[in-house]
Ligand binder design. Structure first.
Ligand code: PGA
Length: 256
């Protein structure tokens, strides 16, 4: 199987409070990222900060991503929306779609699917978040994740697939005290690959990275990578702490 470069994505959510702080954190992360060449680093700041951070990052070690997009392409009479092409023009290469914090606000699988298709059509790379709310012993959560993947990727062509990353983020592990157990993560990674290859065919999904999000920190990053065998991480809280995020990048860079 082709080796995928590790990808570490910081999701800043609705932080930090000012552009000034954002610039400071971003430039510290950029410095460390430039030394971690075996890792692709992406920061997803609030939409308003994309353009100003982009002007500082062009050609640099950190790519930018948006945290959301409208499902409408181009432009038009959609008050308060920002389209995928506008995000791209503002410097985003990636976009997070289907995060549980947006699903919680009512975003449905059908809307997520439209957003994914609209984003891929303008050449954005999609960080597609899936994950169960809770786990029980009957394995129902596996079916739940499978359904999310099927609905989200409905109509996505094999050709567009290299621009999709699956971010497995069990809702119970986001903003929590503990991350998932590496053994359970590994099991889920295999399951997601199986679902993808049943849907698209085994060759098509070889290059789709499966990453993990939910309480990733400097202490657990190594075991999650080695025993979980994921292709990278979507990091929330610790991505606002440049020192800790830097450690996460360095660990990922130093592992084979
Ligand atoms: P966390 O958030 O790392 O703070 O748990 C992860 C996420 O919501 O993407």
């Amino acid at each position: 199987m082709a080796k995928i470069k590790k990808i570490i994505i910081g999701n800043w959510k609705m932080n930090p409070a000012t552009l000034k702080e954002a610039r400071i954190i971003f430039s510290k992360i950029k410095k460390i990222a430039s030394l971690c060449k075996k890792v692709d680093t992406v920061i997803c700041p609030p939409t308003l900060y994309l353009s100003p951070l982009f002007s500082k990052s062009s050609g640099g070690a950190v790519a930018l991503g948006a945290q959301n997009t409208s499902s409408f392409e181009g432009n038009g009479a959609y008050t308060g929306f920002v389209s995928p092409s506008m995000l791209k023009n503002a410097g985003a290469e990636f976009v997070i779609i289907g995060h549980s914090e947006r699903r919680r606000e009512g975003e449905t699988d059908a809307v997520i699917n439209k957003k994914i298709l609209a984003s891929l059509s303008v050449g954005l790379k999609v960080i597609f978040c899936v994950g169960e709310k809770e786990r029980n012993h009957d394995g129902h959560f596996l079916e739940f994740v499978k359904r999310q993947i099927h609905s989200g990727l409905q109509g996505v062509s094999k050709k567009a697939l290299p621009d999709v990353l699956i971010a497995y983020e069990p809702v119970w592990a986001i903003g929590a005290e503990n991350a998932i157990l590496p053994r359970d993560l590994h099991q889920m990674k295999i399951f997601i690959r199986k679902v993808l290859s049943e849907f698209f065919g085994p060759n098509a999904v070889e290059k789709v990275p499966v990453i993990y999000g939910g309480t990733v920190n400097p202490e657990n990053v190594e075991t999650l990578l080695l025993a979980g065998e994921v292709d990278g991480f979507l990091v929330g809280r610790e991505s606002l702490n440049s020192k800790n995020f830097g450690i996460i990048l360095q660990v990922a860079h130093s592992l084979k």
